[in-house]
Design a binder for this molecule. Structure first.
Ligand SMILES: Nc1ncnc2c1ncn2[C@@H]1O[C@H](COP(=O)(O)OP(=O)(O)O)[C@@H](O)[C@H]1O
Ligand SMILES: [Mg+2]
Length: 392
């Protein structure tokens, strides 16, 4: 069917047509927002999970829920690759909101928030951005260069101004594990402020599985400021919805057999549901998308992944790391016991722990529970076997 009307969207942070299986997280953020509006305490939500499970799109949904209720929702990307610093991004995102609040008839709390914002932007060297905002000298604060004190103070002051209209402020930080130590500490200070003050201020975040540990290492009791949610693969019912609803919304359908093939290929992994869903739509000449279409789409889809998605991961591994991955691949999608992998390689497990750690740091494998190891994406084991067979 025509690719122009294809409803599937594989990508990083690309919102899916159907955000399946995340109802409980959306209910949790809605409750947190409502409690904050009522001046009752609420914790922000921290999403953690492997790449491609849908953390970014879920965090984006949190922001939409907040914006729809008139909140100021600030989405910030902490990835090491973005050139703008954390404080710069925050000031840039805040500016349009502050300009909107800067009205002649603004009340005292709003004036204070404008003063705090201006003082903050000056303290981080971004005075140009807030040049257009006029504040009385008595509202200017003497913020030092460290944002650990100024950031929570400024955001709380803004949340207090928002509270006058029954609204609040949500800060959503993606790739939170990539924050510098100083920014992470400042953000945890925001978490504490959000937690202890009555102001409607919520801090949410998303990051890789190590994030909860990083947070508690950066500051004792950090775990008390947040509600942690693991974002994982979808179960069969939700994975099915993620495939069926976008197609039906376009007035087309799947056969049951076509769905089965695609569900098996994607394995409940959100990125793969979009990837194989898109391939099946493009392959099918007309609706319903049947098993023959889905089987062809499966081959095409895996060939594409072999050249891009899997290939990139494989290329990142050294020869010694590749031997380790081959020894894991014997267990299929796994998980494998670290001890079994060591036995297959004829080495004591301790001799392999450095390799294992490097593969975890590269995001190729992870430890679902102690002593076990698994690939971070489904299908990696079969990719390795396909690749080795092709080389023989
Ligand atoms: N709940 C879901 N249902 C269907 N597709 C999803 C879901 N969550 C994410 N996706 C899709 O998966 C892909 C990866 O999502 P993304 O948010 O970038 O993951 P992450 O941030 O965890 O790496 C995107 O193409 C997105 O459209
Ligand atoms: Mg992401």
């Amino acid at each position: 069917m025509h690719p122009n009307s294809n409803p599937f969207n594989p990508g990083a942070g690309t919102p899916p047509h159907t955000l399946a299986g995340r109802e409980s997280e959306i209910a949790a953020i809605t409750t947190a927002i409502e409690r904050s509006e009522l001046g009752r305490g609420a914790n922000g939500i921290v999403l953690h999970g492997l790449r491609g499970t849908g953390k970014t799109v879920l965090l984006g949904r949190f922001c939409e829920v907040a914006s729809e209720r008139g909140w100021i929702a600030l989405r910030i990307e902490a990835a090491a690759s973005t050139s703008a610093s954390f404080a710069e991004q925050l000031v840039t995102r805040l500016t349009p909101h502050m300009l909107r609040l800067d009205r002649p008839k603004a009340g005292e709390r709003v004036r204070r928030a404008l003063g705090a914002f201006k003082s903050f932007s000056v303290s981080v060297g971004l005075q140009d951005v807030s040049a257009g905002i006029e504040v009385e000298p008595r509202h200017l604060l003497n913020y030092g260069t460290s944002i650990e004190h100024s950031l929570p103070d400024m955001l709380r002051t803004l949340a207090e101004a928002q509270a006058e209209d029954g609204k609040g402020v949500l800060v959503a930080v993606d790739e939170m594990h990539d924050l510098s130590r100083a920014d992470l500490r400042a953000l945890l200070a925001v978490g504490q402020e959000a937690n202890s003050s009555q102001a409607p201020l919520l801090l949410c975040g998303a990051g890789l599985p190590a994030l909860p540990r990083l947070l508690s290492e950066a500051r004792t009791y950090a775990e008390r400021f947040f509600e942690f949610r693991a974002v994982t693969w979808l179960d069969r019912t939700d994975a099915r919805r993620a495939l069926v609803e976008p197609v039906e919304a376009m007035g087309e359908i799947w056969t049951e057999a076509g769905l089965d093939v695609t569900l098996a290929a994607a394995g409940g992994y959100p990125y793969f549901l979009q990837h194989f869903g898109r391939a099946a739509w493009n392959v099918a000449a007309f609706s319903p998308i049947d098993a023959a279409d889905a089987n062809l789409a499966r081959s095409i889809g895996f060939a594409e992944l072999d050249q891009g998605f899997f290939h990139i991961r494989w290329e990142r591994a050294t020869p010694a790391e590749r031997s380790y991955l081959r020894a894991m691949a014997i267990d299929g999608d796994g998980p494998s016991r670290s001890g079994d992998v060591a036995d297959r390689l004829g080495k004591p497990a301790s001799a392999l722990s450095a390799i294992r750690t490097r593969l975890i740091d590269k995001g190729i494998i992870y430890a679902p529970v102690r002593g076990r190891i698994a690939f971070t994406v489904p299908g990696m084991a079969t990719f390795i076997r396909r690749r080795d067979e092709a080389q023989e």
